[in-house]
Write a protein that binds this ligand. Structure first.
Ligand SMILES: NC(=O)c1ccc[n+]([C@@H]2O[C@H](COP(=O)([O-])OP(=O)(O)OC[C@H]3O[C@@H](n4cnc5c(N)ncnc54)[C@H](OP(=O)(O)O)[C@@H]3O)[C@@H](O)[C@H]2O)c1
Length: 293
């Protein structure tokens, strides 16, 4: 039995079907009942609904699991404690292998969520559990392309002139599935998962424009505006931690490039990782297909 946390998240949505298709028994953790039915219909053996950060919640969910795929709750003030509790619970329950989805370059302390991941990685490496750590770069995300497809605007909440490496989440899910289906051969490994290239926002806008055949402008928005839109709120007063994370991202990515190397991902996939252009082409075709339904 494989426990997958954040099963309705960016990675989980792509990973769980891969595991089910490979014949694995999956216990999927979701935050709300509304996403549970779809997972049951997709052939998941068990669904756990609950708050990952609730005391004792993870201990019940890991019972009977052979391995854990742990994606922590995004933008959560208790991210570190929740990750540490998951590792402790897995060890106590006799889980054989713990796969941690971390982040590229967790050793950048200015990035609040990287500091959390670093502490969780350190706890895992010293836990005595068999482990694998995946360190994905920033995801190529479908919803970030929609304003470009619809209005010709590609928005980022940091300097348009700083470079970024990114990774296709589907490539991450492919690696995660192969690690989980063959844990032993990936024991004690830490893998950086990075797609090819280093792009400024202007480079990305130009690629989107070439693929879609429409003009696309890069636009910088401030982190608070970005976060309010993502949370669907007018004020961030009730979200001080989330605001701190987003402001730190905006500051760091505006003062430094955030780049990595695709060699490890190429080796794990046994092929070249998906390029940003291939990603935009795929998503644009899906977008146009959906618009014609
Ligand atoms: N986004 C990136 O580019 C990127 C890159 C590298 C690493 N990461 C890391 O990957 C992790 C996930 O980030 P993401 O951006 O990809 O988000 P995501 O997986 O799409 O969203 C987080 C998932 O966690 C679930 N969740 C959140 N709080 C929860 C809680 N308290 N209890 C149970 N489930 C909870 C959410 O449930 P619902 O579906 O119910 O909302 C959602 O499915 C984060 O740790 C992030 O730092 C992200």
């Amino acid at each position: 039995m494989i426990l997958v946390t954040a099963a309705n998240g960016n990675q989980g949505k792509l990973l769980v079907p891969r595991l089910v298709a490979a014949g694995a028994e999956v216990r999927a953790w979701v935050r709300s009942e509304s996403s549970a039915d779809a997972l049951r219909a997709a052939g998941v053996a068990e669904v756990v609904v609950g708050d990952l950060s609730a005391p004792g919640a993870i201990a019940a969910a890991v019972r009977g699991a052979d391995s854990v795929y742990y994606v922590g709750p995004a933008l959560h003030p208790d991210e570190t404690a929740t990750g540490v509790a998951a590792i402790d619970a897995a060890r106590e329950a006799g889980v054989q292998h713990f796969v941690l989805s971390s982040v590229l370059h967790p050793n950048i302390p200015e990035l609040v969520q990287h500091q959390s991941k670093l502490e969780i990685e350190q706890h895992l490496v010293s836990s005595g559990l068999e482990f694998t750590i995946l360190q994905p770069a920033n995801y190529m995300l479908r919803h970030r392309l929609v304003p470009a497809f619809e209005h010709g605007v590609f928005r980022l909440s940091w300097s348009l002139d700083r470079r970024q490496s990114m990774v296709d989440v589907d490539d991450v899910a492919e690696v995660a599935a192969s690690v989980l289906l063959d844990c032993q051969s990936h024991a004690s490994a830490t893998y950086e998962l990075v797609g090819p290239g280093r792009f400024t926002a202007h480079d990305l806008a130009r690629i989107i424009a070439e693929v879609t055949g429409r003009e696309v402008e890069a636009e910088q928005i401030d982190p608070d505006t970005f976060l309010k839109a993502a949370l669907g709120v007018e004020s961030l007063d009730a979200f001080p931690y989330q605001a701190r994370v987003l402001r730190a991202i905006g500051a760091r990515y505006s003062s430094h490039d955030f780049v990595g190397n695709p060699h490890v991902l190429s080796w794990l996939l046994g092929r070249e990782p998906t390029t940003f252009e291939q990603f935009v082409r795929r998503e644009h075709e899906a977008y146009r297909g959906a618009a014609h339904v």
